[in-house]
Design a protein around this ligand. Sequence first.
Ligand code: ATP
Length: 341
Amino acid sequence: MARYDISLITGDGIGPELAAAAKKILETISDRSSTKFSIREVEAGDAALKKHGKALPDSTVDVVKKSQACLKAPVGESAADVIIVLRRMFDLYANVRPARSYPNIPALSRNVDLVTVRENTEDVYLGWEFNTDEDTVVALRVTSRKASQRIAEYAFKTAEARNGKRKVVAVHKSNVMRKGDGLFASVCKEVAKRHPKIQYSELYVDAASMNLIRNPEEFDVIVTTNLFGDILSDEAAQVVGGLGMGPAANIGEGFALFEPVHGAAFDIAGKNAANPSSILLSAKMMAEWLADKHRDQKIAEEGRRIEDAIIKLLAKNQKTKDIGGALTTTQFADLVAKSMY
Ligand code: ATP
């Protein structure tokens, strides 16, 4: 019997509703299988800022540090003070965002199975912006060989491990940012030589964003810098049917954090209207990561059950409002739990 300590950040807006759905599914796994989760719910975000004077309270950091993985619901306006700090604290260098076609979802294409591997530690996300005078701001965009190398390696390993088209495309804008993106591109090309079984190509970010709409089925693994990855992965999520289906992982050497790609969606908060698939599929990614780290095939199987149950429900047109259905967040999560075993 394997037991895993999970920290669950409940977040803002639709966050608590999604966190409750995720908790239900993890508890279902604990009840029905030999994989057991100890879940500790913690606060972070706007509500935590109001209550404790800090968007990421020390007590939350303590619990996250003691856990084996973190599942995080979206947070609101203070998102940068939570996720960017956590990414840095745990050196979560790879942001992995799969975009996959599921049945009966209004989408641009029905045949997409791609993953964006986004560099997660540098670029403009260091926040190094300076006023040179009152009316002018200079923002620094940082690119290092070390960070480019490890994200490229991660992308090629992802392409080798998944059952996909065995392709990596590096996305950049080296015709404009000759030094920074030039370095990123040349490192990706070097790393590609160490993975001869994976087909390697490059695209400028403008062409990539166009092709993601025109031929999304052609993509397998996209490796890119932080800001481009942020934008392209939201685009890819939309191509397969919207943010409500989009999971993400922030991976480091020893720790990882899983979260939906979307934000706190205040417009639908408290209405039991959010699609919990994004956090449930994030929980599936967490199960895969734990399986890999602890060589535990059983937890990988429990993770697959989550996605299989979602696919089963969608195939029967049982879905939430955002994708053309009528189910509430709790109804959908309850059905996922029931369909898993
Ligand atoms: P951020 O800037 O933090 O990414 P945002 O305000 O740009 O946030 P999101 O909160 O990511 O936007 O979501 C955009 C819209 O997509 C929401 O207003 C909501 O209507 C819809 N949406 C996002 N996530 C979900 C979900 N899980 N279920 C249903 N609809 C969602």
